[in-house]
Ligand binder design. Sequence first.
Ligand code: NZQ
Ligand code: ZN
Length: 391
Amino acid sequence: MDNFTFYSPTYFSFGKDTETEVGAYVKKFGGTKVLLHYGGGSVVRSGLLDRVKESLLKEKIAFVALGGVKPNPRDDLVYEGIKICKSEGIDFILAVGGGSTIDSSKAIAAGTLYEGDFWDFYQGKPIEKALPVGTVLTIAAAGSEGSPSSVITKLSDNLKRGTSSDLIRPKFSLLNPALTMTLPPYQSASGIADIMAHLLERYLTKTKNVEVTDRLIEALLITMLMEGPKVIENPKDYEARANIMWAGMMAHNNSVGVGRTQDWASHAIEHELSAQYDVAHGAGLAVIFPEVLNYTMDQDLLRFARLGANVFGVPYDYETPKNTALEGVKRLRNFFNSLGLPSTLSELGVKEQDLDEMAHRACYGNGRLGFLGGFSNLGEEDVKNIYKNLL
Ligand code: NZQ
Ligand code: ZN
């Protein structure tokens, strides 16, 4: 196991009706005037936004509302949010929504206390200060409710890039699984794929002797295999929603990723899809990830065979472990399909003529030097091959 530090100071309140405590939590973490940030309207339709406003009013906390965050959040609304925060003297950002709203909130939080262009942070400049962020989560997926990361798309050239800093980890996150019951099945399924991808990115490691985190990851993956289909079948299954929601947080606050190298090639390859074609991040990963696994498995066949056996229940082929590894990946792809997710780029509307440029953009920029993945080490030609195999 490698040396590591781990600092994850988010305060979680989990369970039914927790969103009604939001005013008290903002107060507890020092907020007096809030930017209330949300997405395209699901929180208005569900009545959640009204409940949040009521809770803020009860604690006499002033707020300015800014809705309109789109999935794969864009820089234009971030600039608008920063302007509002500066002119209104906002001292706390409250995200009510999913990963996109939370990521936009984190960008606004860092950008408000910075004289330059917030995009600098998405090109490698470290964040030095940020307003505090709190979240009321409505979808189990990105894990941004407990993560130090934010991913934003720059509209002028469709560049989707991330930044990471403990300064933008949410101060608190309120997780009520019942709020996720209104998700359309495709979004629930995309969230499940994203959570599994966060686990697999960490499973792909070169570090030896990491049994604790290996086994935690396997347990969380098995949980997703068991609970995922339940919410597609019955969106109102509270217990399954609850298990998925907490798994989503655990998958990405890095408690299962400490002390080991991680991969993240699949995320970089997917981000080009959601940047160019605006596909749901998790749906893109459902297409990409199994192919990356197949493409890289020869680098450590026994790890992949272990994944096949321990997580996907494939009988272990001691003579040819690759058979176990391949069957595991096949079962992963079948699982994603069974949730209603795609398995080819064509299903996502991706065009062959764009693939070369996408492979180039995936491999360069934002500190990338041409190779992706701490485990898979994929160059531009590899990424092209992966895209082409998936048409
Ligand atoms: O915008 P509204 O109307 O709210 O609708 C959203 C959106 O259309 C809808 N939705 C969310 N909760 C709902 C709901 N609809 C009905 N009922 C509810 N309870 O779902 C759609 C997707 O929402 P979004 O916030 O985009 O989903 P997700 O949480 O998957 O976030 C995706 C973004 O997170 C980034 C992705 O790249 C993508 O941009 N990621 C962020 C990470 C991080 N910060 O740590 C890590 C991830 O790997 C990921 O890259
Ligand atoms: Zn992800």
